[in-house]
Design a protein around this ligand. Structure first.
Ligand code: GLC
Length: 805
């Protein structure tokens, strides 16, 4: 026996035998695909029959290939994430007894035959990704795993809301939406599951999106001595999309073409937002609004957390605390505020409560297999939970939102939608309708929150007479960006959390979700004034800018930490409003292309190792032209890495060469933020909220550099969906140093100009005296207090404006 065991150990260490055992042993539970048998053409691809299963390969575009693997029949094809159908076909198919060779205009996919393994190449025949030679695809019970060859220099980015470093190599993760109060900075999983990552090696890029909503696992060389990377599904089908585009940006674009992009959010939702658990009664809310205005601290949004409801029952108002919601909301609106209220999915089990009675009558709740409605406890006590995977329930929920829309609520904060219940575990047998393919919570759990956000968004949009609703969600799955912004849940008031939040936001950006942010200041615990200030300053450069605080903790309004902090807080928030034309245009780019608002440097310089160093991994670009270097609250110097090109410090125009690093000052009143040499930044005058008119002059900062650049400047009404009917305007602003020219291109679209004048503010230009426009020559002035910075104001027009220096 001992002899046998030694012999067995000896042999099992050889890859060959491992393959043999997995591919061929009858009766073993772990089973690979075995050898190739045949292939058949189908509408958009091929079916590959192997000894132990079938692979379906479908062409979505020349760079996007879907891979499905099954041991028996393929399951019903249904996805909450994907909004596209396959569109292409392999342009070449050859089979020679050794391999099946498939090609598109951009990729070659080789299926080796003994045993069956997938190999993805680009058209230059460079290997992007391939199955692990020994393991490949393995199924064991309901679990299926794809093992992939791990390249020596391979890095991984993305996977949505995941803690840990920017480069996920050596880490493993679980996707299971989890209510994780005050999570640790390395904890996993959190609230949202986005099973999409980008692999980088040998100056090559690829992406993989595993579209399976069961609990899934990703392993990037962790605990396997770097033998492989892998992803596995606990049940359902192995179903992934392979992206073979040539850059990180193009992969994000392909991924968001597949799973959708944001629609333009209401402009007010890009302003500063004030939240607390909870502001009540109405007098306190109005006082809060008035204090912002008195103190001249800009803000657009106030939130009501759970205390506005009657006994935490969703779609009700506590009429003692809020006797006349409409009147209060009208007063807020008159002061330039929009109201966002929280909604939770749990419906209190209480006869006579409309949502309960309608839900029971309509059979709208998730249930046990014996037909009894599931009950779990959350804020209101014992609750039923709507089955958001049932279209009738989505419609019903959407209509119920009218109880908030009617008095004037414009934003809907979808919380606890993992779904969270006290005790954390809805029994596995609980059933949902899954849009016509009934299933258990095991498959529906990870999409539950997204479908709640969808119901809210679609309902509110239908009710709001053409206005854009703002929806915020805690849980999400791939595609959540189509309906909602996402915040990073119950973080804590620490420096580590502030910096982690930057990585979470950047990672979600890579993963198709551009409108995200953390609770600024931290949810649990109390920040020091320094931490609060620093966080507000980073927040100004975060897509979603909301201050939020846990019940019972100290006040966290911008004026709660004394006069000095208040002054600094005002400066941070004013900066946010100054940037609004730039930010709004950047959101438009996200809506058009999927390119995130906050962009890890790994998007622009994926093969530059500095980008991943721990001291630099939090740096990011905010839009095309701003480089932000987040720094802990007590650090008065920051070690900053400058990507290629040149960079000017935004606060004082100090110039730094790209591809270098420097120690720069980082006092609390001056976060290290830089702008790209050779870029333009469209800014405006400070306003107290986004509906207030700015001055009539667009401030166009131009930073001299050797490289040409183009910025797409965008405007619409910021309120309605008219932009989808073409009522918007965009123009290209080009900086061309070789021509000594800045050009504001023709305005495309019919939306009227928001600014009648453009003030050019020229940085880094040597000894400038005049510029010329089509209308002649103009003197430039030195900008007072800014040596070497020149300014000149010209009239704006819809037709092309060419400015030469
Ligand atoms: C959850 C949310 C938090 C909210 C609280 C009360 O913890 O994540 O933001 O304040 O519930 O509603």
């Amino acid at each position: 026996m001992i002899l046998f065991r030694n012999f067995y150990h000896l042999l099992i260490s050889t890859t060959l035998l491992t393959v043999f055992l997995i591919e061929y042993s009858p009766g073993r539970t772990a089973e690979g695909l075995g050898n190739f048998k045949s292939y058949t053409k189908i509408d958009h691809g091929v079916l590959v029959a192997a000894d132990n299963g079938t692979i379906m390969l479908e062409v979505y575009s020349p760079t996007v290939i879907r891979v499905r693997v099954t041991k028996g029949e393929f399951l019903k094809d249904f996805s909450y994430a994907v909004i596209r159908n396959p569109e292409g076909m392999f342009t070449g198919i050859q089979e020679d007894g050794k391999e099946l060779r498939l090609s598109t205009d951009s990729l070659e996919i080789f299926v080796s035959e003994k045993p069956v393994r997938l190999h993805f190449y680009n058209r230059q025949h460079r290997l992007l990704n391939e199955d692990d030679a020994g393991l490949g695809f393995v199924s064991e019970g309901t679990q299926k795993t794809s093992y992939k060859h791990l390249f020596p220099d391979e890095r991984f980015i993305g996977l949505g809301e995941k803690t840990g470093p920017l480069d996920r190599r050596g880490q493993s993760y679980v996707n299971w939406n989890t209510d994780h109060y005050s999570y640790g900075v390395e904890d996993d999983p959190l609230y949202a599951s986005i099973p999409f990552f980008i692999g980088l090696h040998d100056h090559l890029t690829y992406g993989i999106f595993l579209d399976n909503s069961y609990r899934t696992n990703f392993d990037f060389g962790a605990s396997s001595d770097n033998r492989f990377s892998s992803f596995s599904v606990s049940d359902g089908e192995m179903n992934y999309y392979f992206f073979g585009d040539c850059s990180v940006g193009e992969i994000i674009s392909s991924y968001t073409a597949l799973t959708g992009r944001i629609q333009m959010p209401p402009r007010w939702s890009l302003g500063y937002q004030q939240c607390r658990w909870s502001y009540y009664p109405d007098a306190e809310v109005l006082k809060l609004a008035a204090t912002f205005r008195e103190k001249q601290i800009p803000a657009d949004v106030i939130y009501l957390d759970i205390h506005y409801m009657d006994g935490y029952k969703v779609f009700t108002w506590d009429l003692n605390r809020f006797p006349d919601p409409k009147k209060m909301i009208d007063s807020l609106r008159a002061a330039g505020f929009h109201l966002v209220t929280i909604i939770d999915p749990g419906i209190k089990v209480e006869n006579g409560y409309f949502a309960h009675d309608e839900g029971v009558a309509g059979d709208y709740f998730i249930k046990y297999p014996d037909g009894e409605n599931y009950i779990g406890s959350v804020w209101p006590g014992r609750c039923h939970f709507p089955d958001f995977t049932n279209p009738d329930v989505r419609t019903w929920w959407g209509k119920s939102v009218s109880r908030l829309v009617t008095p004037g609520v414009e934003g809907f904060w979808n919380d606890m939608n993992e779904p969270a219940v006290w005790g954390q575990h809805i029994p596995d047998i609980v059933r949902l309708s899954f849009d016509g393919s009934p299933t258990t919570i095991q498959e529906a759990h990870n999409v539950y929150g997204m479908e709640m956000a969808r119901s809210t968004f679609e309902g509110a949009r239908a009710l709001m007479s053409g206005k854009r609703p703002f929806v915020l969600s805690r849980a999400g799955y791939a595609g959540i960006q189509r309906y909602s912004a996402l915040w990073t849940g119950d973080n804590a008031s620490t420096d580590e959390h502030m910096l982690l939040a930057v990585r979470l936001v950047n990672s979600m950006g890579v993963s198709g979700i551009p409108f995200t942010g953390p609770d600024i200041g931290g949810f649990s615990g109390d920040p020091t004034p320094e931490l609060f200030t620093r966080w507000l300053s980073i927040g100004a450069y975060t897509p979603f800018y909301r201050n939020h605080k846990q019940y019972g903790r100290k006040r966290q309004e911008p004026w709660s930490f004394g006069e000095e902090t208040e002054k600094l807080a005002r400066q941070c928030i004013e900066q946010r409003y100054r940037m609004m034309p730039y930010l709004y245009s950047t959101f438009f780019t996200a809506a058009e292309t999927g390119m995130p608002v906050a962009r890890t440097l790994a998007i622009v310089q994926p093969f530059d190792e500095h980008v991943y160093w721990s001291q630099y991994q939090n740096e990011y670009l905010f839009g095309d032209n701003l480089l932000v270097a987040p720094v802990a609250s007590k650090e008065s110097y920051a070690d900053v890495y400058f990507p290629s090109g040149g960079w000017y410090r935004l606060s004082d125009d100090t110039y730094y060469r790209g591809d270098t690093s420097a120690l720069v000052r980082s006092p609390l009143d001056d976060l290290p933020v830089f702008t790209r040499a050779g870029s333009v930044l469209p800014f405006q005058s400070v306003v107290q909220n986004t509906s207030q008119r700015t001055s009539d002059t667009l401030q166009l900062h131009v930073y001299f550099g050797k490289e040409a650049s183009t910025f797409v400047y965008y405007e619409d009404d910021g309120i309605t969906y008219d932009y989808q009917k073409g009522i918007s305007s965009s123009r290209e602003i080009r900086f061309e140093p070789s021509e000594k020219r800045v050009t504001l291109g023709n305005v495309n679209g019919s939306y009227p100009l928001s600014f009648h004048f453009v003030k050019l503010i020229l940085h880094g230009f040597k000894e400038l005296k005049t510029i010329t426009t089509g209308r002649g020559s103009l003197n430039v002035m030195n900008l007072p207090g800014h040596p070497g910075v020149y300014a000149v104001t010209i009239e704006n027009s819809r037709s092309r404006i060419s400015i030469r220096w």
